[in-house]
Write a protein of this length. Structure first.
Length: 262
């Protein structure tokens, strides 16, 4: 059996704001098909790491590699083309557009017709539009939103809006999916549905997932490995049970309750 490829690798990644280091010497390797969690207190630098991975922040130092290719400093749209997709802490949907239209916006690379085709509605235009719609519906089926395709995105319950964000990310045909607090604001039922959705996606596509999450029951349940940062520095990394019983992590973030529930 061949070894799994390294999908994401960072080396000594760092970020500064106003002379203060928000992230310092961040190193991680994530293998193909893995689901890895990044946890830590508020303000510890987790979202800054995601912002560097997706080109929203240019690292002050260090390197980022996706499937062995250096992507450090690339523009966000170029990083998306290379194969990283992301959801955000705050939902970023086109609320007035339909659920289906939201997913179709991610298929820009498939729009291969020109202005002439668009203006005169040529057979090529209709065929490409049909292909895109079919692919978008496939993404919605994966997250069980195909029956809501015609609904306005803003009309969906919060949990379904989160799943719509994931469907839109799937449409980019990514190699790595970054989930930034996917369960934030969800009730227990919505969280359970999200967990089932993530399991389903991994099973069908063997997608590599890197997530930030404060819901420790979710993190401990679905993550294969966890990395913990505090004040921008990594203080631990390992398997969920190791993290739950790590004294430094308990003191900095988890508290004794994590040990009881691990």
């Amino acid at each position: 059996m061949s070894e799994r490829a390294i999908v994401l690798k960072t080396e000594k990644l760092g970020m500064m704001f106003g002379g203060l280091k928000a992230v310092n010497d961040f190193n991680i390797e994530i293998l193909e098909g893995e689901l890895v969690g990044l946890i830590g207190p508020n303000g510890s630098g987790k979202t800054t790491v995601f912002n560097m991975l997706t080109g929203l922040h240019i690292p002050f130092e260090g390197e980022i590699y996706l499937m062995g290719k250096r992507i450090t400093g690339m523009k966000t749209h170029k990083i998306i083309e290379q194969g990283i997709a992301r959801t955000f802490q705050n939902i970023r949907l086109f609320g007035e557009m339909s659920v289906l239209e939201n997913v179709k916006t991610s298929f820009t690379k498939d729009v291969k017709y020109n202005l002439f085709d668009t203006m005169f509605r040529t057979p090529k235009y209709f065929q490409i539009e049909k292909d895109i719609e079919d692919k978008a519906m496939d993404c919605l089926r994966i997250v069980h939103l195909d029956d809501k395709a015609a609904f306005q995105a803003k009309s969906l319950p919060y949990g379904q809006q989160r799943k719509l964000e994931i469907a839109r990310a799937l449409a980019t045909d990514m190699k790595l999916l970054l989930l930034d607090e996917p369960a934030a604001g969800m009730n227990p039922t919505e969280t359970s549905e999200l967990i089932a959705c993530i399991y389903d996606i991994r099973k069908k596509f063997n997608i590599t997932i890197f997530l930030i999450e404060h819901d420790m029951s979710l993190v401990m349940k679905i993550c294969e490995r966890i990395q913990v940062i505090n004040f921008g520095n990594t203080i631990a990394h390992g398997f969920p049970n190791e993290i739950a019983h790590n004294p430094d992590v308990i003191e900095a973030y988890l508290g004794e309750e994590a040990v009881e529930n691990a």
